[in-house]
Design a protein around this ligand. Sequence first.
Ligand code: ZN
Length: 133
Amino acid sequence: MPYQELTVRTHNRIEGVDITAQIQKLIREKKVESGLLVLFVPHTTAALTINENADPSVQQDILAELNRLIPLAGPYQHAEGNSAAHIKSTIIGPSQTLLIEGGRLALGTWQGLFFCEFDGPRTRKVWVKIIPE
Ligand code: ZN
């Protein structure tokens, strides 16, 4: 069975989009009780991460600190003008593997799954593979 494709519309240059509910919905639709979920972002200026989704200030702090560490304007070689986005994408990473148990994502109490946009706004894709046990 081929992977599924989730579309994520971003609205800012740099943004964390909580996609936890969309992924939970895909798992429910597949009726998988236990297994693995593999997520992959086929983009060079975006990423996936897991962190707190209870307090939005956590995502704001993560993005602000990434911007401080990797400023938009730097002594970069890449002529397209988005080197900072490429670097952030590489640091955070393009994929996540998660556990499915009891028909839902096995996440810690405060954890959520975030699509990280580093060169938006754009329409992005996340490839999703659900592997039943
Ligand atoms: Zn580029």
